[in-house]
Design a protein around this ligand. Structure first.
Ligand code: CA
Length: 684
């Protein structure tokens, strides 16, 4: 080629090279014309998590193999869905770290670590996780665990701007993915268990300017209300805890509807969980556990639906929200759907919030149904332990029948594929509850083991997770998977007739969408709780999923990885890490008076159980302290608990809450529990 012609073509070639992450409203509205992309955390504005790709299908899925993988440098929880734009895959890991890969080869293009201080780990209820990022006009938007919203250049990973969206003095964290609506980055936060006032904010994607903020719970009544909704909401509360402790954070489910220009989001429980402790003279406690619609440009309130009025069992209404066109009673409706933590499925009219469908999708014992006229649950009075003062077993438990784990909707079958966990929990009031600013505030007591006496054998004592196919119009279960473990795992539906889902017990599988037949399965060497996504590069379809969630235990690590599969993929995982040597309980001799042990138990329950609770399953993420060698030494225990020597790993100093004697009382209590777990010695 003559040099002159080559020079003439050069500018054209430069122009043709795609700039990374060029996502805008037009591209998102037409996402189906680019089925190979995964442009937002839920692929499209409606967040159906449905891939129109068919190259991988029911006929060939058995040939699926590993294309590439990337090992992550943390054994904490992995909950993110990747996004994939023009051959680049962006994904986050625990501690809000962001990675950009060549989606075909797995080559790391850049990574960004926001350097969230380890000391922030204590601010969250449920691990230092992150559920994904948003892309807009050449930038990637990341919510960091410490409350920052960060815009990065999609090509280089360089920070374009960064804003603190929360008061760093309070226990706010961000784990959810930002959403983009009309050039605004919408972001919420978490912290309802610990006592922060919930809100959602919109920032200008271009420069990080705060454009609007909608609070979900009224503030100090001595100050002016931010808007009429806050004034009205204040009338649904009594006492003064609500504005001191807050609650109703917007920590996950969020979706944007361009047709109405509304942003929908779900809110968490109030603080504390127990309604009678939170609002002693009653009231619905708006806008806790609600689905709220606001105008995307102004943040102005449009409508709300309170899922669980005067909520008391930790039934956040923060599960994923999804939009779909359903034909209900012969009429096409634009429906906003949630498979809520409280055990009920809801479909609301997206424009008005009118209740279209409400039905339990799993066994529920706190309510017998939803009154379709008023939209309110028909409660079972015994379930309100705060009112009766009696411990009670409630289904579902506070873990929820379905929490943040993404569901998927197939346009092929019209079915919703959702993870479900069958659970129960013994709830008890705590007559000695006292509000604690900046610390765990469930406000519940410990139900005695006897609470299960006389409870029907069908009520699960241990959590059981499944994938179910749910007909959202007929509101009935069509099929369910095998047992997937004790924790849910996110789903992906494809036009190839497949539903992909991981399992906390360590499996990644493909099910036939029509009948749930398991057509393919692989061993990812660890638990999978994140949702898979699918994309195409150069004619090849890929399935990508984050793995890592303590299948084995804390001491083994959990092989956190990004796994990417394609037909005929031949890549191999390294051999699984050797299991850790069996742990031995080796506590020191029992010590401490009954009074000291009781104090230790109280301090432990108030401060330690959120992470180190074996009764709550321990989730394999944090050390089981009964086995910890540090309980053998007062000095070693103090070094960790008071001096904070493990702060970089998230175990902060508790010196603000504990004195020397408190630490010793906690050590005495853990020692006692270790002795209780020792195998019984034969009688002499
Ligand atoms: Ca909660």
């Amino acid at each position: 080629m003559p040099a002159a012609l080559c020079a003439a073509l050069l500018p054209l070639l430069l122009v043709a090279a795609p700039k990374p992450a060029q996502v805008d409203t037009a591209r998102l509205l037409n996402a189906d014309r680019e089925p190979g992309q995964w442009l937002t955390v839920g692929r499209t504005y409606d967040e159906q998590r449905y891939s129109p790709l068919t190259r991988i299908n029911t006929g060939n899925v058995d040939q699926l193999g590993l294309a590439w993988h990337y090992d992550l440098d943390t054994n904490r929880g992995q909950e993110a869905s990747p996004i994939v734009i023009d051959g680049v895959l962006y994904v986050t890991s625990a501690w809000s770290k962001l990675f950009a890969f060549n989606a075909k080869t797995g080559r790391l293009l850049w990574k960004y670590d926001p350097q969230v201080p380890g000391s922030i780990g204590i601010k969250g209820c449920c691990d230092v996780v992150n559920r994904g990022v948003a892309a807009w006009k050449g930038r990637i938007y990341l919510g960091a665990y410490d409350g920052r919203l960060i815009a990065l250049d999609a090509k280089t990973g360089k920070v374009a701007w960064s804003v603190q969206t929360t008061d760093p003095a309070k226990a706010y964290t961000i784990t959810g993915a930002p959403r983009i609506a009309n050039g605004k980055v919408i972001i919420g936060n978490a912290g309802s268990e610990i006592g922060v006032r919930g809100y959602v904010s919109a920032y200008d994607a271009a420069d990080g300017r705060l454009l609007w903020r909608f609070h979900t719970i009224p503030g100090d009544p001595a100050q002016p209300y931010e808007n009429e909704q806050m004034r009205a909401a204040a009338a649904t509360w009594t006492g003064d805890l609500y504005w001191k402790l807050g609650g109703a954070t917007v920590w996950d489910g969020m979706v944007y509807e361009p047709a109405t220009n509304l942003v929908y989001f779900g809110t968490a429980n109030g603080t504390p969980w127990v309604a009678e402790a939170r609002s002693p003279q009653g009231g619905d406690n708006l806008f806790t556990t609600s689905i709220i619609a606001v105008n995307a440009d102004t943040g102005r309130y449009a409508w709300h639906y309170q899922v669980t009025p005067a909520e008391t069992w930790d039934y956040d209404a923060t599960s994923p929200l999804m939009l779909a066109d359903l034909t209900i009673d012969g009429t096409p409706r634009r429906a906003l759907m949630q498979v809520s933590k409280n055990g009920f499925f809801y479909a609301l009219d997206a424009a008005t919030g009118a209740l279209l469908r409400a039905k339990n999708y799993t066994a529920v014992s706190w309510a017998t149904g939803i009154d379709m006229r008023t939209g309110r649950p028909i409660e079972v009075p015994e379930a309100r332990f705060g009112k009766t003062g009696k411990a009670v077993v409630v289904q579902p438990g506070g873990q929820g029948a379905h929490s943040w784990h993404p569901m998927a909707f197939s346009r092929r079958t019209g079915l919703l594929y959702t993870p479900v966990v069958e659970t129960s929990q013994g709830f008890a009031p705590d007559p000695n509850y006292r509000p604690r600013i900046g610390a765990a505030n469930a406000g519940t007591g410990r139900a005695p083991a006897s609470v299960y006496e006389g409870v029907h054998a069908d009520v699960p004592r241990n959590a059981r997770a499944f994938l179910i196919a749910w007909d959202p119009v007929a509101t009935r279960e069509v099929w369910r998977s095998d047992l997937r473990g004790t924790i849910a795992s996110g789903a992906l539906a494809t036009a190839g007739g497949l539903v992909f889902q991981g399992a906390q017990r360590g499996e990644f599988s493909a099910f036939r969408d029509s009948d749930g037949a398991k057509l393919w399965s692989t061993d990812p060497q660890t638990g999978v709780v994140a949702a898979p996504v699918s994309y195409m590069v150069d004619g090849e379809q890929y399935i990508a999923v984050l793995a890592g969630y303590g299948t084995r235990d804390y001491y083994a690590g959990n092989n956190s990885r990004l796994l990417v599969y394609r037909l005929g993929g031949k890549a191999k995982l390294p051999p699984p890490a050797a299991p850790p040597p069996p742990r031995q309980l080796n506590p020191p001799p029992l010590f401490g008076t009954a009074e000291i042990l009781e104090r230790g138990a109280r301090l432990y329950n108030e401060n330690c159980t959120m992470c180190h609770d074996t009764a709550y399953g321990n989730r394999g993420l944090f050390p089981d302290l009964r086995y910890s060698p540090t309980i053998n030494s007062s000095d070693a225990f103090r070094a960790v608990v008071l001096d904070g020597v493990l702060t970089p790993r998230g175990m902060v100093s508790f010196r603000e809450r504990f004195g020397d004697e408190d630490a010793e009382a906690v050590r005495a209590y853990i020692t006692q529990r270790a002795h209780q777990a020792l195998p019984a010695r034969p009688a002499p």
